[in-house]
Design a protein. Sequence first.
Length: 118
Amino acid sequence: EVQLVESGGGMVQPGGSLRLSCSASGFTFSMYDVSWVRQAPGKGPEWVSSINGGGRTTSFADSVNRRFTISIDNGKNPVSLQMNSLKPEDTAVYYCKARRVRNGLEYWGQGTQVTVSP
């Protein structure tokens, strides 16, 4: 069965850190671009960061640049999102998305809640 599973969410104070992980079963990331997308309460989805399967190309939204890093171990599980200097506005459900480069096929995880609050 093909599945993406996120983990690592939780509650943290402003300025704190969390590390999210996205694990795949039924496929490997080497042929996929992997992204993190978040959705805050009452707002639409917001792209956060992406990495290619080889781990050589990364990109970040301006809102998280220099605070978040994304990594992958040579196309293997998991894809990690290290989130530092967290702010209350980072509060959201974070989703992992894998898009197959060859044909655009996408898989989504179920999401993990991140709450940043004093």
